[in-house]
Design a protein around this ligand. Sequence first.
Ligand SMILES: O=P(O)(O)OC[C@H]1O[C@@H](O)[C@H](O)[C@@H](O)[C@@H]1O
Length: 321
Amino acid sequence: MVHKPKPAPLTALAAPRNQAAQPSVTFSADNARVTAELPTGEAVEVLLHGATVLRWRDGAGRERLWLSEAAAVDGSRAVRGGVPVVFPVFGTAPDHPQAGRLPQHGFARTSRWEFLGKSTSESAADLSVKLDFGLSSAAEGLDPTAAPLWPFRFNLIYSVTLSRESLTTSIVVTNDDDKAFDCQVLMHTYLRVGDIAAVEITGLDGASYVDKVDGAKTKTESSAPLTITGETDRVYTPAGDGSSPVSVVENGKTTFSVTRENLGNVVVWNPWAEKAAGMADFAPRDGFKNMVCIEPGAVGGWQSVEPGDAFEGAQTITLPQ
Ligand SMILES: O=P(O)(O)OC[C@H]1O[C@@H](O)[C@H](O)[C@@H](O)[C@@H]1O
């Protein structure tokens, strides 16, 4: 007969009173999603398909990202909303010798990434949790249709860090091949807003941009904050190193401040009514009034990554307190 060990008394299992509560990390029953939550209520949920951040909840319980009610979260296509990862091409590049056959926005957002682990900050005063995800050319989860169109050995590490007042996403692209490759990287962040009519975007004044809804003409942003009053699709090259934020201001109050590391471009996108109506996975139809994409990326040209080298970039979205 097997003797079960006597259960330890509950008092012995309880955390010492002075030990601060720690972030929790849990998986959905089907292992398709991982959620990290701080003891103060902030939470982030990441779908392994695309390593797509689906939800980001602040300490007051508000969702801060826009996620389409019709988004596919079953791995059948890229997610409409949250933070899809764009790699190795932004849009399409039919004339590029290496990336020319890739589908729009590449294959990172349509591949199943692996969860590599979590780490938490030591400091109880500044508690944060980081989730790491990986995708490589050898991964089982690589999108089987897109991957052969970009035949390089590579390794991606994508990290999502949640703190009380910010969300950081960062990527490291390593070239494991014996030849150089060109790539583009972008974090396609759908920020949730209350009413697009009340939104101004600051931090782009004087920046040069390519206007994708006006024949890809190169223009210069004025000094006034940007407002969104129709379909908007612009690739900005803001001056500076990314430490001065691009901010979303709603009804005169800053609601998001986005800073960047080594991501020289910022795409501002809102499909507006007609384009949204043409997207089967965009719901509700007037959802364009509640979102604006502020997408930090390295997409103005190509990042040439030599064998053994890596490209790194990051965005931090801060919620002003
Ligand atoms: O529909 P997709 O592939 O997710 O792309 C959405 C938009 O993504 C933006 O980043 C592009 O600048 C737009 O041109 C594009 O329409």
